[in-house]
Design a protein around this ligand. Structure first.
Ligand code: SAM
Length: 390
């Protein structure tokens, strides 16, 4: 007997920009007439553009809608009250868990600005009173991408909270300089292979696995990688300010034969930028993220950074799962290990491996979570733990 599996589509994730609106306001205006779903799966399998929404349980102010819902012409979207941002891409700013005591925050790799504006919204929500004065210092090396960042920050009404360091290389910022003495936290979302990005075509090729038949989930590995990279590198039309492609755009696309060379180069850059962040004199919290599925760019960079002399000297450690912000503590998809990738100079005993992998957060594309492929880990310094327990 032929049982047709429902087609599962990547949802349209919508973050309500709390600098301009509230979840309740959006539910009673933009989404008035939509039906609330208590589960995500009906949204993933909803035919066409069914008016259905799901309130995400992990990230505050985040909604999932069926993929075909077109909100690009809605007043909420064009006025910056809602932002299209994949659920996974909301993890880093939320995991950083900024408080009013944390001072300023650097976004080291900011454009197009999804995480910058998310950070600004969180800071604003959590500021104790008017004039708390916390800022997001948003570095973006690329001048063209800086223009997009500027537009997004303005549209989101985050311009009073964000200081854009356009055309500036975060690696050139002097970590011990007085300029950055107010910086208590750093979000790092550097360029990566983009192998976790969901290509437009992926959305209609994913099927719910049939656990009884032992069918495996489509993780998107393999053949689709090349196409994903192509999709991701399509330039965005600046005039219409597309906020849709919310994560990494690989700096170049590569053929499969060059992948390992490219991964080695990317992970060397990612490690360098993460260790650089660890040098900032007052920084006590860092999140490191990629939209890559590769161990080399993810857990590999985390283990190497923790083994660096800078991390050891300055007391950086991984933020363990049990200390993570409420909505992510319960996230079960955690770090993975791959043999024979870290060189012998990195010594990791079994207990460290277990702790660190449990602290790393992964999202797999093509699963019932409805996210893109993503990775994030947070680091803290002893000083931060002390501050927390006082
Ligand atoms: N965080 C962004 C978001 O959520 O919208 C996406 C960031 S994208 C993955 C990486 C960005 O970092 C690119 O725009 C790239 O130009 C920028 N970048 C790469 N290296 C940099 C550096 N050394 N300093 C500043 N920006 C850098």
């Amino acid at each position: 007997q032929n049982v047709t599996q429902p087609v599962v589509r990547h949802p349209r994730w919508v973050r309500v920009n709390t600098l301009k609106s509230t979840l309740n306001e959006q539910l009673s205006t933009t989404f008035a007439g939509y039906e609330k779903s208590e589960e995500l799966s009906p949204v993933l399998t909803a035919p066409g553009s069914s008016k259905l929404y799901f309130v995400d349980p992990n990230i505050p102010n985040l909604l999932a809608l069926p993929s075909k819902i077109d909100l690009t012409k809605s007043a909420a979207y064009t006025s910056g009250k809602i932002i299209f941002q994949d659920k996974a891409s909301c993890f880093p700013a939320y995991l950083l868990d900024m408080t009013a005591e944390d001072g300023d925050v650097i976004d080291g790799c900011a454009a197009p600005g999804n995480k910058t504006t998310h950070l600004a919204a969180i800071i604003s929500e959590r500021s104790t009173d008017e004039g708390c004065g916390q800022k997001v210092l948003a570095f973006e090396r690329d001048k063209i991408r800086t223009t997009t960042l500027e537009k997004m920050v303005k549209l989101a009404s985050a311009d009073t909270l964000v200081s854009i360091k356009g055309g500036q290389d975060f690696l050139a910022a002097q970590p011990q300089s007085d300029t950055y003495r107010s910086v208590g936290a750093i979000l790092l979302d550097p360029s990566c292979s983009g192998s976790g990005i969901v290509g437009r075509d992926d959305t209609i090729r994913m099927h719910l696995p049939d656990p009884q038949a032992g069918e495996k989930l489509n993780t998107g590995r393999g053949k689709k990688r090349k196409r994903d990279q192509k999709t991701a590198s399509v330039p965005k039309p600046s005039a219409t300010l597309s906020l849709e492609l919310d994560d990494s755009v690989p700096e170049e696309t590569v053929g499969d034969d060059k992948v390992s060379e490219r991964l080695a180069a990317l992970s060397a850059f990612q490690l360098r930028i993460l260790v650089h962040a660890m040098r900032f004199s007052k920084a006590c919290k860092i999140t490191y993220s990629t939209c890559s599925i590769h161990f080399e760019e993810n857990e590999g960079v985390v283990f190497r950074a923790l083994a660096s002399s800078v991390a050891k000297k300055r007391g950086w450690r991984i933020l363990k799962q049990e200390h993570q912000v409420e909505g992510l503590k319960a996230w079960t998809n955690r770090g993975v290990w791959e043999d024979n990738i870290l060189g012998e100079e990195i010594e990791v005993n079994d207990a460290q491996k277990k702790d660190v992998l449990a602290a790393c957060i992964r999202c797999n594309k093509g699963t019932e979570d409805g996210t893109m492929g993503f990775f994030v880990a947070a680091f803290i310094r002893d000083e931060y733990m002390v501050k927390e327990t006082l």
